[in-house]
Design a protein around this ligand. Structure first.
Ligand SMILES: NC(=O)c1ccc[n+]([C@@H]2O[C@H](COP(=O)([O-])OP(=O)(O)OC[C@H]3O[C@@H](n4cnc5c(N)ncnc54)[C@H](OP(=O)(O)O)[C@@H]3O)[C@@H](O)[C@H]2O)c1
Length: 239
């Protein structure tokens, strides 16, 4: 017998977040979809809750609404920053600044952890579920051969460690759940727009293509995969 349709939650209303909402809306495994974004966005078919990932009171309110809607069977955190609001990926160490480093770490690592703290405990204990945060391959320490982008890389490495640590705790109470970091590939969104030069056309994914690939990866991950770091094609990425 097919499982009851689940509740999907996406955090972050940017290019990938909205594409993930569309992918969940198109998937009969999700009867209801909630988008948590920091401003009002058009997300047809989803309920939109307003919360900045760094606003703990707003996250508490959003989590209460999610809890009332039923246990979320899939949560994907798709908020993040690479440039804007005083942040620019650093080309060299002379560009490092306390404010920019702190901002990128707060948005990309602290924010998803604050979301996880509230939503992981709401996930069902008696059926499969997945919590994922969108990380980036450049957050892999062992894969870093080019340097640069110090703050963004460090923020995603920190996010990866938080996800791994959360996964260990989560599996004690939710043995059927997975909690992972995902790399979506290079995706045509405002975040990557200034940095797409030199990316071969076939390596630049549309948000919908990336979202459906990520949903497929999560569908296929067994509980033992929890705590890992996976790319859009399902390949495990070394830390
Ligand atoms: N695109 C790529 O090639 C790529 C590659 C690797 C990893 N990723 C990761 O994928 C995720 C999604 O990126 P994207 O490509 O969809 O970028 P995007 O279109 O710029 O979306 C990012 C979203 O994050 C939201 N956000 C930023 N700070 C926030 C905060 N404090 N609270 C709540 N929301 C916040 C932004 O809100 P506003 O709209 O209000 O600014 C925006 O909607 C990011 O974590 C990114 O690092 C993307």
């Amino acid at each position: 017998m097919a499982a009851e349709p689940g509740l999907g939650v996406v955090v972050g209303g940017g290019g990938l977040g909205l594409a993930l909402v569309r992918a969940m809306r198109a998937d009969p495994a999700y009867g209801r979809v909630i988008l948590i974004a920091r401003r009002v966005v058009e997300a047809p078919g989803a309920e939109v809750l307003i919360a900045d990932v760094l606003d703990e009171a707003a996250l508490d309110r959003a989590a209460e609404t999610v809890a009332a809607a039923g246990p979320p069977t899939r949560v994907i955190v798709a908020s993040g920053v690479l440039h804007g609001r005083g942040v620019q990926p650093e080309k060299a160490m002379r560009a490092l600044s306390a404010d920019a480093l702190t901002e990128v770490l707060r948005v990309n690592a602290v924010g998803p952890a604050l979301v996880a703290r509230r939503l992981l405990p709401l996930m069902p204990r008696d059926r499969a579920s997945a919590f994922a945060a969108l990380s980036a391959r450049v957050g892999s320490i062992s894969d870093n051969r080019l340097g640069g982008w110090h703050g963004y890389r460090a923020s995603k490495a920190a996010l990866n460690m938080l996800i791994r640590t959360l996964a260990i705790e989560h599996r004690r109470t939710h043995p059927l759940g997975v909690c992972v970091a995902l790399h979506p590939g290079t995706v045509d969104t405002p975040l990557s727009a200034p940095f797409q030069r030199g990316v071969a056309a076939e390596r630049l994914f549309s948000p919908d293509k990336a979202a459906s690939a990520l949903m497929g990866v999560l569908d296929a991950l067994p509980p033992e995969a929890t705590g890992g770091f996976y790319a859009w094609d399902g390949a495990e990425i070394p830390w």
